[in-house]
Design a binder for this molecule. Structure first.
Ligand SMILES: [Zn+2]
Length: 321
């Protein structure tokens, strides 16, 4: 089995070789500080192979796209600063966000802690959804203040409605969305390496991921079309919507949740396309978009495939609409 050390070195070599191939073929023009260089896709700092030594202050680390807890794998590297600062800020909200969606569906065979509230008196409870879908609510005396519990029970009459509050763990929907943006952006890097992401059009995404406390990037970049079972980056070729589309699914339970993130093409601002998509989505909950699935070529090593893909992107980015 590959160790984490082997894995880091393998990824480093793969992307560093690809970077040299792009420079040699004149596809990107960049001065490298070392002949063998890995650029962190989030802060764009250049790293030499030395940076694989984990005892350094800011080494290159394995980055899971999506987070492992939601079904992802580590196939790229980011520097520790970016991995820690972005990862910790988003992963918790991603996991909680997916759980909230799961909880709202009362999936048979699940159980969770909730708060029951009646006329302002809250009690801690556990909900168990049986395999047959029957919901059982248990209010443990150990986890409740006896006085409060008594008042709560006194307030409930037969057939009364009780409000249920899911534990939200300080859930922040904006960070959930940024977490999805990060996955979508890093999927583009994972597939296409440095041929695309060094373009300044991606600076606002990087800026947002590095500074999640303030919303600075676009809205409407997420869609939840029911595209299941595929993980890919496609090109949206429909006139007026030209962009890239990262398709993936996340799961916190047995249920996979499909997500897609629109990512701009180099040289093509995306605001208009996102607004148009939002309008389209309003009138049609399953809007279709004309796509070109990128085939299985290796866009890190196959120079013909890279040129072909860049031709497509330049063609789409030049469309006036
Ligand atoms: Zn970094």
């Amino acid at each position: 089995m590959k160790t984490r050390v082997d894995k880091r070195l393998e990824i480093f070599n793969k992307y560093a070789d690809s970077l040299n191939l792009l420079i040699k073929n004149g596809i990107i023009n960049l001065k490298l500080e070392n002949t063998h260089t890995y650029i962190c896709p989030i802060c764009l700092t250049q790293f030499s192979e030395q940076a694989l030594i984990q005892s350094l202050e800011n080494p290159l680390t394995l980055e899971d796209v999506p987070p492992v807890s939601l079904g992802g794998k580590s196939e790229i590297l980011t520097c520790r600063k970016c991995n820690n600062s972005c990862g910790q800020k988003f992963d918790h909200h991603l996991t909680t966000g997916i759980r909230i969606v799961d909880d709202s569906e009362f999936i048979p065979g699940t159980e969770r802690n909730v708060i029951l509230t009646k006329e302002g008196v809250d009690v801690n409870a556990q909900i168990k959804v049986g395999k047959d879908g029957l919901i059982n609510v248990h209010i443990p005396t150990k986890k409740n203040n006896p006085e409060k519990l008594k008042r709560h029970i006194e307030k409930i009459k037969k057939d009364d409605e009780v409000q249920l509050i899911n534990y939200s763990n300080n859930f922040d929907n904006e960070k959930f969305r940024m977490g999805l943006l990060k996955i979508g952006y890093l999927m583009v890097f994972k597939k296409f390496g440095y041929s695309i992401i060094l373009d300044p059009i991606y600076d606002p995404i990087r800026e947002q991921l590095r500074n999640p406390e303030k919303i600075t990037y676009e809205q409407n970049y997420i869609s939840t079309l029911p595209i299941m079972g595929v993980e890919c980056v496609a090109l949206v070729i429909e006139t007026g919507f030209e962009s890239m589309f990262s398709v993936f699914s996340l799961k916190a339970s047995d249920i996979e949740r499909p997500y897609q993130v629109f990512i701009p093409l180099p040289g093509k601002p995306i605001s208009e396309a996102l607004n148009r998509f939002r309008e389209k989505y309003k009138s049609d909950k399953n809007p279709s978009l004309e796509m070109k699935a990128m085939n299985n070529s290796d866009y890190l090593t196959n120079i013909e495939a890279i040129k072909n893909m860049l031709n497509w992107i330049n063609y789409l980015a030049a469309n006036k609409n």
